[in-house]
Design a protein around this ligand. Structure first.
Ligand SMILES: [Zn+2]
Length: 197
């Protein structure tokens, strides 16, 4: 398993990815096995400090992503947009099948205890604050930070945490770079020899 896999609109998940991947469940939600185990540890540790974190979304199969995509497109077209306009609009908030980090099982959308959906102000909640301080110790990074939108191509998402392993997470968190910058700066000298947990 490559925990430093880059998945975005230009780099899609290989078609046989799910067949080669082991999964587990966290709060009834599917995650890649090691990412899920670390997520569980992180959530337990937060709970030990009185912070209750809810897993809102984890692994999504490409088929499910396709369903979400088609549903959103037809909804917009029903509302009067042309197909091209609908694709443009939906593409701003929803990834195409295979191009979402959720298709890897390495990303989780996290929320407060009572949340039904992701929260725009999550970073201001005790849960969001706890995660920004401790997530790297468990190998997770805030994948789409503020002021990095031009590089990641995704708006600030305070709820979306991505497992990259503790070593990479500590470098990324400690130096204030985003994942794309990490891959750029460290790809030659570090990544091939990096031991991931
Ligand atoms: Zn997400």
């Amino acid at each position: 398993m490559d925990y430093l896999i880059l998945v975005d609109k230009f780099n899609t998940v290989p078609p046989d990815y799910a067949d080669k991947t082991e999964f587990c469940q966290v709060q009834g939600i599917l995650m890649e096995k090691q990412a899920g185990d670390q997520l569980k540890k992180m959530i337990d540790s937060a709970l030990g400090q009185g912070i209750s974190i809810k897993v809102i979304s984890g692994y999504r199969s490409p088929d499910y992503q396709q369903l979400l995509w088609e549903r959103s497109i037809s909804c917009e077209m029903w509302g009067g947009l042309s197909y091209d306009e609908a694709v443009k609009k939906v593409g701003r908030t929803l990834a195409l099948p295979g191009s979402s980090e959720h298709n890897t099982g390495l990303a989780a959308d996290l929320g407060t205890e009572s949340a039904d959906d992701v929260e725009d102000n999550f970073h201001r909640t005790p849960q969001g604050r706890w995660l920004s301080r401790y997530a790297a110790e468990y190998g997770f990074i805030l994948r789409y930070p503020r002021l990095k939108e031009q590089i990641t191509g995704i708006d600030f998402e305070p709820w979306h945490y991505r497992y990259v392993g503790t070593e990479a997470a500590k470098i990324i968190n400690g130096s204030g770079i985003c994942f794309e910058e990490f891959l750029h700066f460290y790809s030659d000298k570090y990544i091939s020899s990096m031991k991931i947990l």
